[in-house]
Write a protein that binds this ligand. Structure first.
Ligand SMILES: C[S@@+](CC[C@H](N)C(=O)[O-])C[C@H]1O[C@@H](n2cnc3c(N)ncnc32)[C@H](O)[C@@H]1O
Length: 214
């Protein structure tokens, strides 16, 4: 088998990305800055990156993913659907400091002006939220945007019965996982110089959540 074919075979598919990508893109068009590089954290399969980059051609898109097999999928998607503004993925785990983009000698054509993080906070330990916010504080410029997408509790309450069942399933799989309370997430953000500016209800009981760096 040729190396190229192996790369193509690394592509993974997450059906939810096809359902949520257009509603997310509609919000990104409104909230992302007009210039710079968007650092995507937890890119997963890479399907979002290859969908968003050509549709946000005024920005550069930098995917990242800590899991080697998922990262191979991102690389394979980037290879299959290349875009001038789409960069190869970084190995970035929010809990490992410094992030690769902070390392000496790391260079980008355009500075990072936004961070996008889709469906990670409920499928990782609570500390990852703290690491994400600390990293956003270090990496984002003043007025830089942190965009989160996923299910959230509001004031400690689930927003839908389906989220309650999803939360129970997550905790069953890993006791450290679970749907986060948006107010608790915002409190952590505040400690890291990030101000909540928008909470936008999305299809299937999810939210787009936007923070801006002080
Ligand atoms: C449910 S998937 C979401 C992937 C993609 N954003 C999407 O919506 O299809 C959760 C992702 O979070 C990533 N993740 C988990 N812990 C992480 C961490 N500490 N730092 C960065 N990414 C992490 C996983 O590797 C996985 O790709």
């Amino acid at each position: 088998m040729s190396a190229e074919l192996q790369m193509v075979d690394s592509r993974r598919y997450a059906p939810a990305t096809e359902r949520n990508r257009q509603p997310i893109l509609d919000v990104l068009h409104k909230v992302l800055p007009n210039t710079g590089t968007v650092l995507e954290i937890a890119s997963g399969t890479g399907e979002h990156a290859t969908f968003f980059a050509p549709r946000l051609s005024h920005l550069h898109w930098l995917p990242s993913e800590p899991d080697p097999e998922s990262r191979a999928s991102v690389t394979a998607w980037v290879k299959a659907l290349p875009s001038d503004n789409l960069i190869d993925p970084l190995a970035l785990d929010v809990s490992q400091q410094p992030w690769p983009v902070e390392q000496e000698g790391f260079k980008l054509a355009q500075p990072i002006t936004a961070i996008v993080n889709i469906n990670m906070l409920h499928i990782s330990a609570w500390e990852m939220c703290q690491h994400l916010m600390a990293g956003a504080q270090r990496v984002l410029p003043s007025d830089g945007v942190l965009y989160l997408y996923g299910p959230f509790k509001r004031e400690g309450q689930q927003t839908a019965p389906s989220n309650e069942a999803f939360d129970a399933m997550l905790r069953d799989r890993n006791p450290n996982w679970g749907i986060r309370d948006l107010e608790a997430v915002s409190q952590v953000a505040r400690k890291h110089a990030l101000t909540l500016t928008d909470v936008i209800p999305m299809p299937a009981n999810n939210f787009s959540v936007v923070f801006r760096r002080d």
